[in-house]
Design a protein around this ligand. Structure first.
Ligand code: ZN
Length: 203
């Protein structure tokens, strides 16, 4: 199982990379993400919430591990259509116990790939649409506090400051590596460590 990282962990603002192939490693990551999502009692989980910089998300809007038919894995997802408006309370596993009103589209159409690499298209409404928009934001390095209206943001300010303080304290105690170290690990995971260097050397 993986650990869900909390704000302001750098992985949460690190835009994820699209996958070009789905190998054994990805299957292992996905298995762990599903396990982690259920354990944390979430309805969805984006890969960068467990510090994996890839465009993978897992979802089960029932939150019930026994409802396997509601369990989905989406690779390289994109929202291709949004309609209507809904306003409601939203929470995030990376901001434990913080719930605030967030305005979202009521309906979304999403295109992605499943774990078999086949293209899929999904229409989602209401809660499912909210979950999609929240998770897609994650993959783009956007956290839900930046989607709150001014009142909700003001109400959340104390909690957000607490998250920041706790995170920095854990870093000082050495329980969480410094941001620069985390960034290095994310880059290494992306497999980009050698490529840019090699290019620089050539010029
Ligand atoms: Zn979230």
């Amino acid at each position: 199982m993986k650990k869900v990282v909390c704000y302001p962990h750098p992985a949460l603002v690190h835009p994820t990379k699209a996958l070009t192939s789905i190998d054994k490693k990805i299957h292992l990551h996905v298995g762990e993400m599903i396990e982690t999502m259920y354990d944390a009692k979430g309805l969805g989980l984006a890969a960068n919430q467990v510090a994996l910089p890839f465009q993978i998300l897992v979802m089960n809007i029932t939150g019930d591990p026994n409802q396997k038919d509601q369990e989905h894995v989406f690779i390289n997802p994109v929202i291709v259509e949004k309609k209507g408006v809904q306003e409601g309370d939203e929470g995030c596993l990376s901001f434990p116990d913080l719930f605030q009103k967030v305005r979202r589209a009521k309906t979304v159409k999403v295109q992605a790939y499943n774990l078999q690499g086949e293209p899929v298209e999904v229409m989602a409404n209401d809660l499912a649409a909210r979950c999609w928009q929240h998770e897609l934001d994650h993959l783009n390095g956007i956290v839900f506090i930046s989607k709150m209206g001014p009142l909700a943001r003001l109400a959340a300010r104390g909690a957000v400051k607490d998250f920041e303080r706790k995170f920095r304290e854990a870093q000082k105690r050495g329980e969480i590596p410094p941001d620069t170290e985390i960034e290095k690990v994310l880059k290494a995971l992306e497999g980009e460590v050698n490529e840019p260097g090699a290019k620089n050397g050539a010029y």
